[in-house]
Ligand binder design. Structure first.
Ligand SMILES: Nc1ncnc2c1ncn2[C@@H]1O[C@H](COP(=O)(O)OP(=O)(O)O)[C@@H](O)[C@H]1O
Ligand SMILES: [Mg+2]
Length: 388
């Protein structure tokens, strides 16, 4: 809608002129210049030294204008000073000797040269400063990005080490457990059903099974997740998760909302759709569970695109109303086995974080302002032009 119409031209001109007529310029350049001119014209012919002083006083407002407005400000004022001084010098040219007139002419030339040189210096200085400021913000962005990656690496490293240890322990438990179960079954079969000890052996076997299941769970956490990555439309992922979660959500009195605003231009991501659905579903179910004690609430899915470290990323958000996560727990909820639920395993979010890491993405959490709930945010690199 920004055509080159007359109003937009006038608008542009006004923007250009604003610095030249800023209050600072008016006070330190225009007003002194006018005052000097008035004085100059009112000084009698015989006060030659007065004219000499006043003529040179013009340099002050010209320099001020260059300091405040660069070449543009300085030259505007030097041209103005030249024009108002010219008639004065010109009348003298007619009545007095040409050598004097030449001197006046040179003075006028000098006004403009001083304005250009001072203005150029000021402009160069300003450009240099702006360049430094731009560099500083870019450096700040890069540092933020590095901190984010460090945190992610620490998390990935912690998870990797923990995974290996868990797998080791689970293996050590599973082998003797196998033997225990076998012998317990033989013993159970040897004891007739009517004998009270038979019940104890059945309990014994049930507990061995429970321990075996726990070991299996730990092993499944420790197993490397293999991803089959291909370009995926993030909207299809959200749709699948919503279909899976909405039935349970409704049962708990939770409303599921998908924010569709601005989703037309969401690029695809490189990912394993099943793993990404698993991740989002885990997060969504946690959200529903977080709202359940009070009952009811809203689970909101939203999508966005943004540039991070020069690369395009897709951001998928899952937010739930309900109580915020206490500050000290925000750091720990991604840790394996960290849970606040009686029936929880504490593995959900740590697996989610591993899936995100594997996709070169990041899963983060924050409490929404004004106690509006909790928001998990998954950022994934978008499929670049060359990725198919
Ligand atoms: N949306 C949420 N709101 C509040 N707390 C949450 C939310 N999601 C996760 N949590 C906290 O993080 C903990 C770990 O979650 P998770 O790893 O999925 O394990 P689990 O669900 O088995 O407890 C939860 O026990 C809960 O305290
Ligand atoms: Mg969970």
């Amino acid at each position: 809608m920004h055509e080159n119409t007359l109003p937009s031209f006038v608008q542009g001109l006004r923007e250009d002129l604003r610095p030249i007529f800023s209050p600072r310029m008016l006070l330190s350049a225009w007003l002194p210049c006018l005052m000097i001119t008035v004085l100059h014209y009112r000084t009698g012919e015989h006060h030659a030294w007065g004219h000499d002083i006043l003529r040179r006083l013009y340099y002050l407002p010209i320099l001020f204008a260059a300091f405040a407005g660069g070449v543009r400000g300085g030259v505007t004022l030097s041209v103005f000073a030249s024009l108002v001084y010219l008639p004065h010098a010109f009348t003298r040219l007619l009545v007095q000797d040409p050598a004097d007139a030449l001197e006046k002419g040179l003075e006028i030339l000098l006004y403009n040269i001083v304005a250009v040189v001072a203005g150029l210096l000021v402009d160069r200085e300003r450009r240099e400063r702006e360049k430094q400021e731009r560099l500083a913000t870019r450096l700040g962005d890069a540092l933020d990005e590095q901190r984010r990656m460090e945190a992610q690496l620490i998390r990935a490293g912690k998870l990797g080490a923990l995974g290996e240890m868990t797998a080791g322990i689970a293996h050590e438990i599973k082998n003797p457990l196998h033997a225990l179960k076998g012998t317990a079954e033989i013993l159970r079969d040897a004891v007739p059903e009517s004998v009270p000890e038979r019940r104890m052996l059945e309990l014994h076997i049930a507990e061995i099974d429970r321990l075996g299941q726990a070991a299996d769970r730990f092993l499944s956490f420790a197993r490397p997740i293999s991803a089959d990555r291909r370009p995926v439309d993030p909207r299809s992922l959200v749709d699948r998760v919503v279909a899976l979660v909405s039935t349970q959500a409704r049962r708990e009195g939770v409303e599921t909302v998908v924010a569709t605003e601005g989703t037309a231009d969401i690029p695809r991501v490189m990912g394993d759709p099943d793993l990404l659905v698993q991740l989002l579903l885990n997060v969504a179910l946690n959200g529903v569970q977080a709202m359940t004690p009070e009952g009811g609430g809203t689970l909101t899915f939203s999508l966005g695109a943004e540039v991070q470290g020069g690369k395009e990323h897709v951001r998928m958000r899952v937010a739930n109303t309900g109580p915020p996560i206490p500050g000290e727990d925000l750091e720990r909820i991604f840790d394996p086995f960290y849970t606040t639920k009686d029936e929880g395993t504490g593995l959900g979010l740590s697996i989610c974080a591993r899936i995100a890491d594997q996709h070169e993405g990041a899963l983060t959490v924050r409490n929404l302002p004004e106690d509006r709930g909790v928001e998990f945010s998954l950022s994934l690199p978008a499929v670049g032009a060359g990725d198919g």
